[in-house]
Write a new protein. Structure first.
Length: 422
């Protein structure tokens, strides 16, 4: 039985499945799941999070700036003064300087959710090019210069770290969040990759291919459609691995990776456009060096042999980031919601109930994409009430006020628990 205050989870929402058309990119929004929007309005969401009383007490996020780091802002001006604040400062860090380059409203949905929960907070929008961590960091630097103390990123980039919270990009992100007179908190979707991720120690067969399970060196991929599929491999330096996707119909390689080596991590990424008439397998081959551990994530595709443990990708795997997973209305982790452990930090940090209603489209907004902005908005309310608090104090309060789910204390499926205002 839940403790008495868990009745906030009792809002009945159906859960369906919608696949974003650009989910296979390196820059991949956490998979958006939704069904036709329920008749209940966002008052139910405010009540569930404990924000209704804060709004009644005129604590609505005033004085706090929240940044939405995303890739989908197509048509955002149409929602200014409606689902979004009347004034939103935006900047694109793409080479083409186009904030609306992608045909997606993913970032607008995140912004709407923050605006509904913290309506007096200021919003910033920023985007970047795929495969350009320098632009991502430039976006973070800009929003910090604009005064953002809360950042929300519902976009995953699995090959931007070693899968365990380490690497140069994490180091730079950590510095940017701590820079200046006021430190900041970054909230990230835990990711929807629990069922399409594998991690563990290389298990080498006689032909040097990795054995996934029961002598199987081929891991079947199940593309969601004909959009581009991306398979991403990351591991610590010290060994060389090859990543291959093989067409099972022809026996030929559909794609082979180019390995990128750096002092902080090694990565290999394969991208290909699947043929709906064919099926595919992914293989990892040990080329040289010591056999270590690795993380593999499939975007735009299912993966037969998968491990949910350690499936939280960048940026949520970093200890400087608060990773937010997804649960249903009964407080159970949704099967796709990524799990820890990732490095020495307890991951995920928190969870939120999804899907949530939205006025932007006919379907609800779901996945861990909808979880991170809820937590970000709650942090904005806390900081508006306690502007003298530092980031660690806000983070500790979020952990302490969370509704514990599962085993007592932190666990690798639901973190410290369900977000809720004290």
């Amino acid at each position: 039985m839940f403790p008495p205050h868990r009745w906030h989870c009792a809002l009945i929402l159906a859960l369906g499945l919608v696949v974003p058309s650009f989910a296979a990119d390196v820059v991949s929004p956490s998979r958006d799941t939704g069904t036709p929007a329920p008749s209940q309005d966002l008052k139910e969401l405010l009540k569930r999070l404990g924000a209704d009383g804060w709004h009644s007490a005129d604590c609505r996020g005033k004085g706090v700036t929240v940044a939405i780091l995303d890739t989908g802002f197509r048509g955002y001006r149409n929602y200014l003064g409606k689902a979004l604040p009347a004034d939103v400062k935006a900047h694109s860090f793409r080479d083409d300087a186009n904030l609306e380059a992608r045909d997606s409203q993913h970032g607008i949905l995140c912004g709407e959710l923050v605006h509904e929960l913290a309506p007096d907070a200021e919003l910033l929008f920023a985007n970047w090019d795929p495969d350009r961590p320098d632009e991502y960091l430039a976006a973070v630097r800009w929003v910090r210069e604009q005064g953002a103390r809360v950042l929300s990123c519902s976009v995953i980039m699995p090959s931007w770290s070693d899968g365990e919270g380490n690497g140069k990009i994490h180091d730079e992100l950590r510095k940017l969040l701590a820079a200046g007179s006021n430190d900041a908190l970054c909230f990230a979707s835990a990711g929807n990759t629990a069922q399409r991720h594998w991690s563990g120690t290389l298990n080498e067969a006689s032909d040097h291919y990795h054995v996934w399970e029961s002598e199987h060196t081929e891991n079947p991929l199940a593309p969601w459609g004909t959009d581009q599929v991306s398979v991403e491999l990351c591991w610590k330096p010290g060994s060389d691995l090859a990543l291959i996707v093989r067409d099972t119909e022809t026996g030929e390689e559909a794609a082979r990776s180019i390995v990128h080596r750096d002092t902080d991590r090694c990565t290999a990424v394969v991208r290909f456009t699947p043929d709906s008439r064919h099926s595919y397998n992914v293989l990892v081959k040990h080329v040289d060096g010591a056999a270590g551990t690795f993380h593999l994530t499939a975007l735009g595709s299912g993966l037969k042999y998968a491990t949910s443990a350690g499936s939280i990708p960048f940026p949520g795997d970093g200890n400087e980031v608060i990773a937010v997973g997804a649960v249903d209305t009964d407080g159970h982790r949704l099967a796709y919601s990524s799990c820890g452990p990732n490095s020495k930090s307890p991951k995920p940090d928190l969870v939120a109930v999804v899907p949530v209603p939205t006025s932007i489209r006919e379907h609800t907004f779901g996945g861990t994409s909808a979880a991170a902005p809820q937590a970000a908005a709650i942090a904005a309310l806390l900081w508006a009430r306690h502007p003298d608090w530092n980031a660690e104090k806000v983070r500790a309060t979020l952990q302490k006020s969370a509704v514990d789910l599962g085993p007592p204390g932190h666990d690798f499926e639901t973190g410290y628990g369900l977000i809720h205002l004290p």
